[in-house]
Design a protein around this ligand. Sequence first.
Ligand code: GLA
Length: 381
Amino acid sequence: MREEIKNTFRSRFQQEPVVVRSPGRVNLIGEHTDYNEGFVLPAAINKEVYFALAPNHTTAMRAYAYNLQQEAKFDLDHVKPSDIGWANYLLGVVAQLQQAGHQVKGFDVVFGGDIPIGAGLSSSAAVECGLAFALNHVFDLGIPKLDLVKMAQLAEHTYAGVKCGIMDQFASMFGKESHVVKLDCRSLDYTYYHLGMADYRIVLLDTQVKHNLASSEYNTRRQECETGVALLHAHYPQVNSLRETTMPMLERHKAEFDPVVWKRCAYVVQENARVEKACQALERDDMQTFGQMMYASHEGLQHDYEVSCPELDFLVEQARPQEAVLGARMMGGGFGGCTINLVKLEALDAFTQQMQVAYQQRFGIELKTYVAEIVDGSSLA
Ligand code: GLA
């Protein structure tokens, strides 16, 4: 892939580019907790996007989307959202750099990769982080990586219209080979945990569906959480997010809550506790307990947070009785995309084949499967 992107750049733009690689992500546990100032446990994976980029000594960006085989040109003196969907992920990043007072000179860019789109592996975050990383390098802007992450997240808010948390962009930029990263989304402190993969693999089962509820329901969930926090804040001035909330507080004031809002809040409080328990299990190399936390996370997402769908639930139900599967759950925003499964190595092929057959029989859809390897975050390539 790297060579294809680089060669395409050379032949289209007749010069030598800098090449940057930026990965998609998985999340082991800690779902819908990031925008509630809680904990997440993602990792960068070997589904990646490559950027070939060089200055062009004009005031325009000329961009070529390799996978779509489309080129577009934009004036960098007047950056604004475009009708061309893919270009917005690039323009959003340029706009953020400019707003932070950086001068972005004209450049040519070719980008493309193998992160499936709409599968919940954060292809958009990989694109945003990759361009931010490449421009920072090529124009020597000296921006710390964490600030690039925040700009990439704001690009998603303003140019893609999704009020996402910080997890995806953070994972794409700060991923580390063979490690998951526990991020505290309030302080932005983070800790790497080694994931010994001698005996098992991370298997992604891609439902191939994306119900169109995804982005509207995402923003609704954020609001429901904010409603719950406002209610508790009136009683507990120190509570400014669900991070500071405890189950006893929720129990005590249950009668004042709309039942749906209460369920949402309870899920988030419990999911934060599960991330802590999962990390303690990792420290003891206790993958059985880790897997149990994953199943419990799915239960909460299915029944209390209500962001799952029949296809995801089916895949988790099929995985659950299998001795070879330590844990399984839906991953990411929900309403489609992938489940993440921890599967014993010796049963890998049998498991994926069995799931493909079962999914085909139940939904008439071909299940795609990926074995994810954990790689470093955005880097020169
Ligand atoms: C999407 C968002 C993330 C996070 C997850 C749910 O991937 O982009 O910020 O909120 O959903 O955990």
